[in-house]
Design a protein. Structure first.
Length: 152
């Protein structure tokens, strides 16, 4: 994509007809800039995406406290609860924003299933160029962080 964009930069482009999505015929500089950002895996927006799973609400309390502290510092924050929403929203924001926090519980000595599913989506799409932090808990043998870090 980067090679194509370089070649296209010298052309007078009037319309972009992607293989999916709407035909673009105005504000093309903006869209070409987005294609450049996306294909170079750079974040679109500075901010933190917190993606979490919570069994009994305690992890949710923790990430909401983190969210509050980050907002107090003037940082844009987006939360995604993988037990309540479709993974696609979290994946989109993970690529959109510059920082990612993964917060989950150890589940049968590994990663909670919906968090694992999310991480697999990131890997399949070549997730990169982001700072990632981990929050885990587990009363017997916490190992979610280790497993998440190894996958990423």
């Amino acid at each position: 994509m980067q090679k194509l964009l370089k070649k296209a930069s010298g052309l007078d482009i009037k319309m972009i007809c992607p293989t999916h999505g709407p035909v673009l015929n105005n504000n093309l500089k903006h869209y070409l800039s987005l294609y450049n950002t996306w294909s170079s895996y750079e974040p679109e927006t500075e901010g933190v995406v917190i993606v979490y799973t919570s069994f009994y609400g305690h992890k949710e309390e923790s990430v909401k406290l983190l969210e509050k502290k980050l907002i107090e510092k003037g940082i844009k924050v987006v939360l995604h609860d993988l037990t309540k929403e479709h993974v696609s929203y979290a994946v989109a924001d993970a690529f959109r924003y510059s920082q990612l926090v993964l917060a989950t519980t150890t589940y049968t000595a590994t990663i909670f299933p919906s968090m694992n599913f999310f991480i697999e989506h990131l890997i399949e799409r070549n997730f990169q160029k982001r700072n990632v932090a981990f929050i885990e808990n587990g009363s017997w043998a916490p190992c979610a962080k280790k497993n998440m870090a190894q996958k990423l």
